[in-house]
Design a protein around this ligand. Structure first.
Ligand code: 0X9
Ligand code: ZN
Ligand code: ZN
Length: 305
């Protein structure tokens, strides 16, 4: 059975998605953006008050890396909080009245399932590579942003394999196609990883600063301060190349260069004590504090439409 304070399997997340979408019809709907390599549906939830006019939107994905289990847990938490606080929390009410929030709870669905059934530390997709028995590519090295130029490997056996070409991984292509199709309405792109307690923004494929660097930094620092206000958890904000490491092919850089001005990568708890194996007892505090950061960014975006 599904629980917000446990790490749910892919099947549990999938049936949870169906029940959320069928029981809150005026605030939430679901759509499939395509199937994974192994044929699992990639189901996207759309949160927002139904409106006759086209609303600006925020896109958030979780679980691009299979083993980062706190990430899908956060997307599920976000959906729960959005629905349960709409109508009582003034910020959430105003956000969902004026904007739509697209939430993809698990991007790397095949990899996520594999971490539950076979190898807890799997990171990549589960696609076959020609000429080797090594499986998968790193979906966060597979986007068309300086593809495979730095911080990525062209060896299919590597955990940071960039794939045979940009968007070779169907999961990355499905997300990129959706964002391209909806780029006139998508104002912010948020992608959730773990671990390291960082709030990153473009660029990762170069040390050059983004055109809107100071604004990205200002919003990141505000979001980090909001996060810290709850339990004192410290986050570092900055451009990815200098703050974590240079790496090309990331979804954040790709979305930014497409024109999505507010593009952020969260690296959630912790800083390495448990790493990817964050205990379930930390799901609730991690999600509650991260809500404050996401809501801070959303409020800023909404105010600056
Ligand atoms: O390396 C990554 O993809 C992310 N770190 S993780 O430990 N979760 O794998 C950081 C992503 C930062 N952004 C880009 N590299 N574009
Ligand atoms: Zn990651
Ligand atoms: Zn709460």
């Amino acid at each position: 059975t599904h629980s917000y304070t446990k790490y749910n399997s892919f099947d549990k997340v999938q049936s949870w998605i169906h029940s959320m979408a069928s029981s809150n019809a005026d605030l939430i709907s679901k759509q499939t953006i395509g199937n994974s390599y192994e044929g699992r549906p990639m189901t996207l939830l759309k949160l927002g008050k139904k409106s006759s006019s086209v609303k600006p939107a925020i896109f958030m994905d979780c679980g691009i890396h299979a083993r980062e289990w706190i990430s899908p847990a956060f997307c599920q938490w976000f959906v729960k909080e959005a629905l349960s606080t709409y109508g009582s929390d003034s910020q959430m009410t105003s956000l969902l009245n004026e904007m739509d929030v697209y939430v993809l709870p698990v991007l790397n669905v095949d990899g996520y399932d594999y971490t539950h059934k076979s190898n807890r530390m799997w990171r990549k997709t589960r696609s076959r590579n020609s000429g080797t028995s090594c499986i998968g590519a790193d979906p966060n090295r597979n986007f068309d942003a300086g593809w495979c130029t730095v911080g990525a490997s062209n060896n299919p056996c590597s955990d940071t394999y960039c794939g045979s070409r940009a968007e070779s991984e169907i999961e990355a292509k499905n997300v990129a196609d959706f964002i391209r199709r909806n780029k006139s309405v998508i104002k912010a792109y948020l992608t959730v990883h773990s671990y390291s307690q960082l709030l990153l923004f473009p660029y990762a494929y170069t040390f050059e600063l983004a055109a809107t660097h100071s604004e990205l930094m200002k919003v990141a620092e505000g979001a980090s301060a909001a996060l810290r206000s709850l339990y004192g958890t410290r986050y570092t904000s900055g451009p990815a190349a200098a703050t974590i490491y240079p790496a090309a092919g990331g979804s954040d850089d790709w979305a930014y260069d497409l024109g999505v001005k507010y593009s952020y990568t969260f690296e959630l708890r912790d800083t390495g004590r448990y790493g990817f194996l964050l205990p379930e007892s930390q799901i609730k505090p991690t999600c509650e504090e991260t809500m404050l950061a996401v809501k801070y960014i959303a409020a800023y975006v909404q105010k600056n439409l």
